[in-house]
Design a protein around this ligand. Structure first.
Ligand SMILES: N[C@@H](CCC(=O)N[C@@H](CS)C(=O)NCC(=O)O)C(=O)O
Length: 291
């Protein structure tokens, strides 16, 4: 440790000041709706409320894959929920995800309104609904679900731990950066060893395990997360890099990354997706020209 710790926790923790860091304006210790506003709804069976973060990309990758296989029932409207503006705390959003986190899905097919929240639950729901990307053989299905749940349990150490302290915290503190860099590298090693034995994460097939893991660990080794590629020496995880590049070449992956994306080159930002042609016609660069 390189800093002297002078903080003494009080008897009972109280929230009396912003905590600093990138998300101080939206972080608070209470749940529930902060204001009244309904969610917009489009004409497609599936309504996605999300932002183009890795958790959001999991669902757009799944939906684009389903559409590429010809499943018309997977047509979707993707609405932008700007988490930095606190839109996850509207009454409409909280109605479909009481945990106020993107992504959240509403399935309005067949006159029903089924809400689904938590990206793992959404992936499994879609996989079962369309009988795709989840193997039918029990051992492969079990392996796929094990890795799906591995992602859900492991990634908070990468995102909320490493990413937070390396990129978003108001100062660089060595203790948490060391702790979470070590854990992130351990997780990359878990994946690297697994991918030395298996073509995709669960088996020889591309499954929801790959769909859940790629937007985080695939993007990390491709140098797209937290500008941490060098720091974590990501290219040394050769099997993970080869797997990440293989998925990155799928046309669905580039579309998935564009949906609800609000950073980077405007050419690759599609704030809302309602039609397949939106990828050609309604990216931010094109909307700006027609304004
Ligand atoms: N376990 C959740 C995590 C979702 C999550 O953390 N979403 C972040 C964006 S990547 C979010 O909505 N943050 C807003 C907030 O914390 O208020 C899932 O897999 O769906």
């Amino acid at each position: 440790m390189n800093e002297k710790n002078t903080y003494v926790p009080p008897e009972v923790w109280e929230w009396d000041m912003p905590s600093g860091g990138a998300f101080e304006s939206i972080n608070k210790p209470t749940a529930g709706a902060a204001y009244d506003q309904d969610l917009p709804k489009g004409r497609h069976p599936l309504q996605l409320y999300s932002q183009g973060t890795p958790n959001g990309v999991k669902i757009t990758l799944m939906l684009e894959e389903l559409l590429a296989l010809g499943h018309e029932g997977a047509e979707y409207d993707a609405w932008l929920c700007r988490i930095n503006k606190g839109e996850q705390f509207s009454s409409g959003f909280v109605g479909i995800n009481p945990n106020s986190k993107i992504p959240a899905l509403l399935d309005q097919s067949d006159g029903n309104e089924q809400r689904v929240f938590e990206s793992g639950a959404i992936l499994l729901y879609l996989a079962e609904k369309f009988s795709e990307f989840v193997p039918t053989k029990l051992n492969e299905r079990t392996e796929s679900l094990s890795w799906l749940f591995w992602q859900m349990g492991s990634t908070p150490y990468l995102g909320g731990g490493f990413g937070h302290f390396y990129s978003y915290a108001p100062e660089k503190f060595q203790y948490p950066i060391d702790r979470y860099a070590m854990e992130t590298k351990r997780q990359l090693d878990v994946l690297d060893q697994r991918l030395s034995q298996s073509k995709f994460i669960a088996c020889d097939e591309f499954t929801i395990a790959d769909i859940a893991i790629w937007p985080w660990y695939g993007q990390l080794v491709l140098g797209r997360l937290y500008s941490a590629g060098n720091f974590l020496d990501v290219t040394s995880y050769k099997n993970v890099v080869a797997w990440a590049e293989k998925i990155d070449r799928r046309p669905t992956a580039s579309r998935a990354r564009m949906v609800n994306r609000i950073v980077g080159n405007p050419k690759f930002q599609l704030h809302e997706r309602h039609e397949p042609s939106d990828f050609e016609l309604r990216t931010e660069d094109k909307l700006k020209i027609s304004e």
